[in-house]
Design a protein around this ligand. Structure first.
Ligand SMILES: [Ca+2]
Ligand SMILES: [Ca+2]
Ligand SMILES: [Ca+2]
Length: 213
């Protein structure tokens, strides 16, 4: 009996440290868009490590375009991408609005914090990012880059509760489709404890729903 009691204490200790360590792990890969490494100042890719193209002509990564700063590391994403890549020249009416997605392994009922950096492209008025979780549009943000000499990154954090063991995070450009705008960098998805206040607020709604069924 003594041995059993000791074992359970050790198991609980291991569990607690695993949960704490797990709280800081980014479940997304290549959230900072440092791969593929851009040769030059920008390039267009069919896909990236971690990310797939959902819609649009390609995934545009930039590295030092305009002398501008990344939010994290050296590279960032421009979601209004480009139709034919560097060296392709400018096509009249060229388009670039794209959306990308990444799948994450999630736990049903677990809360997650999705965090990313968003900036308008300096000099471009219309920048519009739409963020989706599975098929649900969960957040939209717009900003103007008129008058900016450098990127102006704002950090966006969204609390999400997973309802499936596999979840898709999608990022889409909703700006005017002209190959310019909507910078994103430093995307992370981290498991977080259930927010106590939010759980209390949701309780009456859950009770009402149960009564009806
Ligand atoms: Ca980066
Ligand atoms: Ca572009
Ligand atoms: Ca645009």
């Amino acid at each position: 009996m003594k041995i059993d009691a000791r074992l359970s204490v050790i198991a609980a200790g291991v569990l607690a440290s695993t949960v704490m360590a797990g709280g800081n792990v980014n479940l997304l890969s290549n959230g900072s868009f440092e791969e593929h490494v851009v040769n030059g100042s920008w390039n267009l890719f069919d896909d990236l490590p971690g990310w797939s193209l959902l819609d649009g002509p390609g995934i545009e990564l930039q590295r030092g375009v305009g002398g501008w700063d990344a939010y994290d590391g050296e590279q960032w994403l421009e979601l209004d991408s480009d139709q034919n890549g560097p060296g392709g020249g400018f096509i009249n009416g060229e388009i670039g609005s794209s959306s990308i997605t990444q799948e994450a392994q999630t736990v049903v009922g677990q809360y997650y914090m999705l965090t990313l950096g968003f900036s308008p492209r300096p000099g471009v008025e219309d920048n519009h990012l739409a963020i989706s979780w599975n098929s649900d549009l969960i957040y939209e943000v717009e900003a103007s880059g008129v008058g900016l000499q450098n990127t102006s990154w704002q950090e966006i954090s969204i609390l999400i509760q997973a309802d499936s063991t596999s979840s898709f995070i999608s990022l889409a450009d909703h700006s005017f489709n002209d190959t310019l705008g909507t910078f994103v960098d430093g995307v992370s998805l981290v498991a977080v404890p259930a927010p106590a206040t939010l759980a209390l607020l949701m309780l009456p709604a859950l009770k009402r729903r149960r009564r009806r069924t």
